[in-house]
Design a protein around this ligand. Structure first.
Ligand code: KG4
Ligand code: ZN
Length: 354
């Protein structure tokens, strides 16, 4: 049973065809990075316009690469929320129109549920599991039960983990998004050089907070004169949109490498210690870590080195950041249950999963 998935919640226009929820026949992602990079973050109005430009060719390419036509599709799945409402509307409206014109059922998918499915697309996950979803917009811990029912265990009270990476990256002149560059340079720094304190949470101790850490990095930079090196990085970025590790290192002195490594280590500790406590509290049989920050190599290594008594599932790197294969995969159990979405369903910027 083939499902065409469409994802447009933020700054990636994506379409994919997935067979039986596990077999990816195609996965096309058109990134808008170049459009937003010069503004230091996603500009919602520009994102909607870029989605409008990309949606038709991206869907066409996904069908072509999957050697599929509309008559091969059992459903069309589209992200219905959460995300930027103008961006969501482009993908959802396009999916509704296709569904109406071709008589193919529509399935609206929660973006966060998509990220969970990205990690377990073809993995034999046992339930209950804990899912840690870490991206630019979300830092959530869920209990995942058989039949894909969810219970929220903890979430960030301020910044998402990816947002903290992006703000620190921007502050130090590494451009947007900051996560991949910090990941690239952290191995060249001493992660114990700067002692950042871990957040103590009142109330639900499984909630997260990253704004204190972000402020601590800001204070660290304010206590030094980093004007020249930050300017050098901005100039490097202006000359090459994607500098190599060596190029970054030439404009990043050891003290700055150390603060990046220390920051990344603190984020990883915050994430993994709460995920491990959550997993223990529900006697989890698996831990799922997904979302853009799940690309982080330090996070992957640290999770492996914990030798937890249950398997830890990460998506393959291409499925960690936003894509449509995860949306099609998440729609498959709904298709089997006959859970379809009406044409009246509205895109929801703040849609929750549980
Ligand atoms: O899942 P995603 O593509 O979009 C959202 O739903 O937000 O996640 C994007 C986020 C950005 O904040 C980006 O900096 C972060 O994921 N990210 C990373 C890495 N790659 C992407 N953070 C840390 N290390 C990485 N390697
Ligand atoms: Zn996402």
């Amino acid at each position: 049973m083939r499902i065409l998935g469409i994802e447009s919640s933020c700054d990636e226009t994506a379409a994919a065809v997935v067979d039986d929820g596990v077999s990816i026949l195609s996965s096309v992602v058109a990134s808008q990075l170049a459009t937003h990079a010069r503004y230091g973050g996603v500009v919602p109005e520009l994102a909607s316009r870029e989605h409008l430009r990309a949606i038709v060719p991206v869907v066409r390419l996904a069908l072509d690469e999957a050697k599929s036509s509309y008559s091969d599709l059992s459903a069309i799945a589209a992200t219905i929320g959460p995300g930027l409402v103008g961006s969501l509307l482009v993908g959802l409206t396009f999916a509704k129109s296709l569904s109406f014109a071709r008589g193919i059922p529509l399935i609206g998918v929660n973006h966060i549920e998509g990220h969970i499915h990205a990690a377990i697309l073809d993995a034999p996950v046992e339930f209950p599991a804990v899912a840690l979803i870490v991206s630019g917009g979300h830092t959530h811990l869920f209990e995942v039960n058989p039949g894909f029912s969810y219970r929220l265990i903890g979430k960030t009270r301020d910044d998402a983990a990816g947002e903290a990476f992006d703000k620190v990256g921007k502050l130090l002149g590494f451009g947007y998004p900051g996560g991949p560059v910090i990941d690239q340079l952290a191995p060249y720094g001493n992660p114990s050089a700067v002692k950042f304190t871990l957040a103590k949470m009142k109330g639900n101790t499984l909630d997260f907070s990253f704004s204190g850490l972000k402020t601590a990095v800001l204070r660290w930079t304010q206590a030094r004169d980093l004007t020249a090196e930050t300017q050098a990085r901005k100039e490097l970025l202006a000359a090459h949109p994607q500098p190599s590790t060596d190029e970054w290192l030439t404009v990043t002195p050891q003290t700055t490498r150390d603060v990046l490594a220390s920051f990344q280590r603190t984020v990883i500790e915050e994430l993994l210690r709460r995920a491990a406590v959550a997993a223990e509290s529900i006697a989890a049989r698996a831990l799922i870590i997904s979302g853009g920050v799940a690309c982080n190599s330090g996070l992957r290594t640290a999770a492996r080195n914990l030798h937890l008594p249950y398997p830890v599932y990460f998506p393959s790197p291409g499925l960690s950041t936003d894509n449509a294969a995860m949306i099609a995969a998440a729609a498959f159990p709904k298709l089997k249950r006959g859970e379809f979405t009406s044409f009246n369903a509205a895109a929801s910027a703040n849609l929750t999963l549980a």
